[in-house]
Design a protein around this ligand. Structure first.
Ligand SMILES: [Zn+2]
Ligand SMILES: [Zn+2]
Length: 743
């Protein structure tokens, strides 16, 4: 008594329930239906905050003929089909199924705008029928598992999907607020623009997302800027469309726009036939949906699905609408987005090239900020809430050196387009972000070099990412078909003879076989020297700043202040003047060029050095440890003669060369010749610390004496340390005035 009865008195009449004798007893069935209807309508009135005026249409109740095995009932407007296990008995299961189907009938009647929203219908039916506790039985399901289960069956017509939905609704003990909001929308007669989403039902948007900005180096992979909650996964809108293209088995087709279809409203002057490039620049949903429908498009991102999952995509898209973010079922963090784009830029430069037109003729065109995007590839994304307001705006920007992901809540990408060039400029205040390439590990045998990624590693095979094996594997295999990229961590590299934990290399590797090295005639070289001069099969790319710091650490880890800045300037300069060393190939990592033993922490001196103007000399600049420490080394005469020839008598050292007298025999006669070689040839072959000052004979040995370390030319690092000079003056003293540039 009481409330229900009083409410019933002011409600519209119940519908006429028509039966045909195949579910019995009929009068009890009709009475049950009427009681259920009154309760349902009362619930609706309480939640939607309004009464219903017009009378409902009649509803037929009959036995279901083609019911699936796991269903007790089904319905369409005006018809409910029921399963009756025992004729004459209306058991609890039947009454529950009846209430569920009547809930659908009520919604069809009061909210025709929501007729197609299956998730809304099922959520309402589950809540008001009283069956939630039954579905909640069974093993525990996490919210995220339930969400991805549900995302796979948008029609919610399986028991698995209903169990998942019950789990999501179960987070909220009362009548779900999301459903109340939606019922009020019914009562207002509002258009049903956006269907109910899983997030909305789960009420996971309790804490609003704040702004997030993350910038990665394309070369080293390091995070250059991170502001806000960059690790929080959010719906991503259209930002992953390039991955649909990259993952598809066929090239993007030419498609004909369908007029009058909302998803094909892709801007003014759409051509009669739309190609992939235009579809991407206009972010045209209709193109992607139609391509998905006709087959050949990767709604699951194809091989890129593994990449996106590895960087945190919350599930697999069920269809194209999920993939292109029309439904906000899946989420990805700004950090993960940046990682995925770093690999895309490596594997699919063609798509990045397309995206460079976005500010000229795509989603960021005709804005005051558009001009600031020249040369920058971009992709935008907008996530809308239930009322079609922007919930999250995304801009992904890829330039020659960095990937930036900028997410702003409550904004359209066009409204914050001016912020992104500012973010890029801010990051550029750090010097040396451009690429440096080095031939690495050429002294080791190619098949002995192993690399492992503690993040997620991928080997690119003709534009397609293949997951790298877990742990260490042959670098030769990883780079066999394209670049090898480690997302979220540096590569770790090991070779025999190094500590077994290996060394860090923050950057990407590619394979490139160098031509064989032919020593100049008459210059004696060792096997090791030939290897060093040949270069390496592995080319490592990182930032110029990281490369410079690595060389300075390997060449002179202990120096500080101005001498370190001077050395760093020379090292960075040489990386761009390596053409004389390896004939157009990158610099090597041995003392033949300048030593580089992997990634180290950058010191302030290296940042200062790279912030200074580039050096004006336009050739390779020599440097050495130098110093004045005296040394004395003994070498067998036979070793020296194997280099210089039989009969060596006196040796003299001057101006970087060694001159020597040699007794030669010809046609029985003996005569002396004077010959000379670069001192460096002798120094490196005999492994002397520096070019000697003197050599004397002692029986079957030669005694070499000298001071300091290195070849004694160019920058003398020890002398620089003792000088107290600024880096500019150190360099002038070492190399003189730069020759006038030929440019
Ligand atoms: Zn249902
Ligand atoms: Zn070299």
């Amino acid at each position: 008594m009481g409330w229900a009865v009083i409410t019933a008195a002011v409600l519209a009449a119940t519908p006429a329930f028509l039966t045909q004798g195949d579910v019995t007893p009929e009068d009890a069935l009709v009475a049950e239906a009427e009681a259920s209807w009154v309760a349902l309508e009362a619930r609706y009135v309480a939640e939607a905050g309004g009464f219903l005026t017009q009378a409902p249409a009649p509803i037929r109740l009959q036995r279901g003929v083609g019911l699936a095995a796991d269903r007790n009932a089904q319905s369409k407007p005006g018809l409910v089909e029921l399963r009756q296990n025992t004729p004459g008995v209306l058991d609890e299961r039947l009454r529950l199924a009846l209430r569920h189907e009547l809930a659908h009938q009520l919604l069809w009647w009061v909210c025709p705008a929501a007729s197609e929203d299956r998730l809304f219908h099922e959520a309402f039916a589950l809540v008001v029928s009283g069956e939630l506790p039954i579905w909640r039985e069974g093993p525990y399901q996490s919210l995220s598992v339930a969400a991805s289960e549900l995302a796979r069956s948008p029609a919610v017509d399986t028991s698995r999907a209903r169990r998942a939905l019950a789990r999501i609704l179960g987070e909220d003990r009362g009548f779900p607020q999301a459903l109340s909001r939606r019922l009020r929308q019914c009562q207002d007669g509002a258009r049903w623009v956006v269907p109910v989403s899983i997030d909305e039902l789960a009420d996971v948007t309790v804490k609003a997302a704040a702004e997030a900005t993350v910038v990665l180096s394309r070369h080293s992979g390091e995070v250059l800027l991170s502001e806000g909650e960059v690790q929080r996964a959010l719906p991503y809108g259209s930002t992953l469309k390039p991955f649909v293209m990259a993952g598809s088995s066929e090239p993007p087709p030419l498609l004909t726009p369908r007029s009058g279809v909302q998803e094909w409203a892709c801007g003014q002057g759409l051509p009669k036939q739309v190609d992939g490039r235009t579809a991407l620049l206009r972010s045209c949903n209709g193109y992607f949906l139609d391509w998905g429908a006709r087959g050949g498009a990767a709604a699951d991102f194809g091989p890129w699905g593994a990449v996106l999952t590895a960087v945190g995509l919350t599930g697999k898209p069920a269809d194209m609408a999920d993939a292109i973010g029309l439904r906000s079922t899946l989420a990805l963090s700004p950090w993960g987005m940046a990682q995925a784009y770093r690999l895309l830029a490596e594997a699919r430069p063609d798509l990045i090239e397309w995206m460079k037109d976005n500010a000229a003729r795509g989603t960021l065109s005709e804005l005051p900020a558009s001009a600031a995007y020249v040369g920058v590839a971009t992709k935008t994304g907008t996530v809308r809430d239930a009322a079609s307001r922007p919930q999250y705006g995304w801009i992904v920007a890829v330039d020659a050196d960095v990937v930036a992901v900028v997410m702003r809540p409550g904004k359209m990408p066009r409204s914050f387009a001016a912020e992104v060039p500012k973010v890029l400029a801010r990051v550029r205040q750090r010097p040396g972000l451009d690429a440096a390439k080095v031939q690495v590990l050429g002294l080791a045998s190619t098949s002995e070099v192993e690399a492992g990624c503690r993040g997620v590693g991928f080997a690119v095979d003709q534009g397609t990412p293949r997951p790298a094996p877990q742990g260490f594997s042959q670098l030769k295999q990883l780079v066999a078909k394209g670049p090898a990229v480690c997302l979220g961590s540096p590569w770790r590299v090991r070779v025999p003879g190094l500590p077994s934990e290996g060394r860090d290399y923050a950057g990407s590797f590619t394979g490139s076989t160098p031509p064989p090295y032919r020593p100049p005639p008459g210059v004696p070289t060792t096997e090791r020297e030939r290897s060093a001069r040949r270069g390496s099969d592995f080319i490592f790319r990182t930032t110029r700043l990281q490369y410079t710091a690595g060389v300075v650490a390997a060449e002179d880890a202990a120096s500080k202040g101005e001498p370190r800045i001077a050395l760093a300037r020379v090292v960075a300069h040489n990386e761009q003047h390596a053409e004389t060393r390896h004939g157009g190939r990158p610099i090597c990592d041995t003392t033949h060029c300048q030593a580089f033993l992997g990634t180290v922490r950058v010191r302030p001196e290296e940042e200062k050095a790279l912030a200074l103007p580039p050096l004006k000399w336009n050739q390779w600049l020599l440097f050495s440890q130098g110093g004045q420490e005296p040394w004395r080394e003994v070498r067998p005469r036979s070793q020296v003669e194997s280099l210089l020839g039989q009969g060596v008598a006196s040796l003299r050292f001057d101006a970087g060369r060694v001159s020597y007298i040699r007794a030669q025999q010809e046609s029985g006669a003996t005569f002396d010749t004077t010959e000379s070689l670069p001192c460096e040839v002798l120094r490196s072959a005999l492994k002397l610390p520096a070019c000697p000052r003197t050599a004397s004979f002692d029986g079957s040995n030669l005694i070499f004496e000298g001071r300091g370390r290195g070849h004694g030319e160019g920058l003398d690092v020890e002398a620089a340390k003792a000088s107290g000079l600024s880096s500019d003056d150190i360099l002038k003293k070492a190399y003189g005035q730069p020759a006038r540039s030929s440019k």
